[in-house]
Design a protein around this ligand. Structure first.
Ligand code: NI
Length: 177
């Protein structure tokens, strides 16, 4: 397993629509293992393929992140089946070091995805599950958390990032080992 470089905004690969996984082969398995390792080393709660520079529809999520126990799940070619309600909460992203924004997400969702063995399954959940999965599924369509902000708030976030870039603070805080 290896820790991969996390792409930071405004890396172009973060704006790509990731492609469907078609083969659950050794290369795929290595990528999934590396994504899990990379997410863990960065203390993240989720990571999408685009974020390690591989635009494939793969997500790894640690659903135990809030309880400080590990509950790592893998979702391949995920699709939203249904959503319910709304919930506004602060969120962060490994591609936006030290930036937190308030984003409205569904309260509850149901999704359909393949597991890493290539078996299709459905899963539903609310609150953290919904927030994490919606955030990560957005990545696969090239959508970022700042895209959910009002134009003014988005501009403020972009300015803050520009300032951080200028000051040399916008760098990979998760060095590869
Ligand atoms: Ni993210």
């Amino acid at each position: 397993m290896a820790i991969r470089k996390i792409e930071l905004y405004p890396s172009e690969v973060l704006r790509e629509r990731a492609k469907e996984v078609e083969k659950f082969d050794d290369e795929f398995n290595k990528l999934v293992d590396d994504m899990i390792e990379t997410m863990k080393s960065a203390n993240g709660a989720g990571l999408a393929g685009n974020q390690v520079g591989v635009p494939l529809r793969i997500l790894v999520v640690d659903l135990g992140a809030l309880q400080e126990k590990e509950d790592i799940r893998v979702y391949v070619n995920p699709e939203l089946v249904s959503k319910e309600g709304e919930r506004l909460e602060s969120e962060g992203c490994l591609s936006f070091p030290q930036i937190f924004v308030e984003v409205k997400r569904p309260k509850k969702i149901k999704i359909r995805a393949f597991n890493r063995e290539g078996k299709l399954f459905e899963e539903e959940g609310e609150d953290f599950f919904s927030k994490a999965l919606c955030h990560e599924m957005d990545h696969l369509d090239g959508v970022l958390m700042i895209d959910h902000l009002s134009p003014i708030k988005k501009e403020l976030a972009k300015r803050k990032i520009k300032k951080m870039i200028k000051e040399g603070l916008w760098k990979d805080p998760y060095p590869q080992k």
